[in-house]
Design a protein around this ligand. Structure first.
Ligand code: UGY
Ligand code: MN
Length: 261
């Protein structure tokens, strides 16, 4: 028998977690397992570092709750590119090129060293999925600020499939100013990837809706809205959309347009 918080018996929430850490292969962080960090630059925000170099990622992913009046005057940094996606609520964003308000589904990509100021634009909490990465330049090419909303992006059949679709946030492969892209994938119930992908690129992904059974590495992992997954390079991966209420969608990053070093 244990005595926790003055109660007898085990606390159910300490017996199980869906979070998984397989360093060198993949990491799953479920919402119940996230912790908040105090980080310089943020005012009135709850900040969780989801993906980071500590797990082998070439980037950092954040889940940020921006409370009323909350802000960060300089997300990003010297040598870093950044991307912010609005999961809920609305924020005002400003970088050296653009100033606008992003509502749910809105996003900004800000090129290397061009930091982004954000602040809550309303009275409700805003939830952001945000990303930073050290930019890999190619001589003669440059990236530029991109602002939009995923509601305005077309769903494109993913690799020719009828029941799996993708949205691409940044310019297509072959625009060598960009060394990464963000996408949303959507699987109809029962739909899956056409094969188990195994590729050099890493992913950080945040589940926006629905439920999935996901082949990651050697495992089959149940995933759902609110979960975060980091996949290391060459981690075998394939998704089945499951559940009966909602199609599964997730936003994810993928580096592109560069040779290996
Ligand atoms: O673009 C991709 O590599 C994507 N299909 N991977 C994934 O969804 N795990
Ligand atoms: Mn992939």
């Amino acid at each position: 028998m244990s005595y926790l918080n003055g109660q007898t018996g085990y606390r159910e929430e300490l017996l199980n977690t869906r979070s998984i850490v397989k360093m060198g292969s993949y990491v799953v962080i479920e919402p119940d397992g996230i912790v908040k960090n105090a980080i310089p630059g943020y005012t009135n925000c709850d900040v969780t570092i989801l993906g980071s170099p500590a797990m082998g990622a070439s980037f950092a992913d954040y889940l940020i709750t921006v409370h009323e009046g909350g802000n960060n005057p300089a997300f990003g940094g010297e040598g870093l590119e950044s991307f912010i996606y609005v999961v809920e609520g609305s924020v005002k964003v400003k970088n050296a090129d653009q100033e606008t308000t992003l509502t749910k589904g809105g996003y900004i990509y800000s090129p290397v060293s061009n930091t982004v100021a954000f602040e809550n634009a309303g009275t409700e909490d805003a939830t952001l999925f945000a990303y930073k990465r050290r930019y890999e330049a190619v001589e003669g090419y440059a990236a530029h600020t991109v602002v939009g909303n995923d509601n305005d992006l077309p769903w494109i059949p993913y690799e020719g499939m009828e029941n799996c679709h993708i949205k691409d946030f940044l310019p297509a492969a072959g625009d060598f100013g960009f060394d990464m892209n963000f996408h949303i994938l959507k699987f109809k119930m029962g739909a899956s990837h056409g094969y188990i992908e195994t590729h050099v690129q890493q992913h950080g992904m945040y589940f926006l809706s629905g439920k999935a059974m996901y082949r990651i590495g050697d495992d089959w992992v149940p995933l759902q809205k609110g979960d975060y997954v980091f996949m290391q390079a060459y981690c075998p991966q394939a998704c089945y959309g499951v559940g009966k209420d909602e199609e599964v969608t997730y936003i994810y990053s993928k580096d592109c347009n560069r040779d290996v070093q």
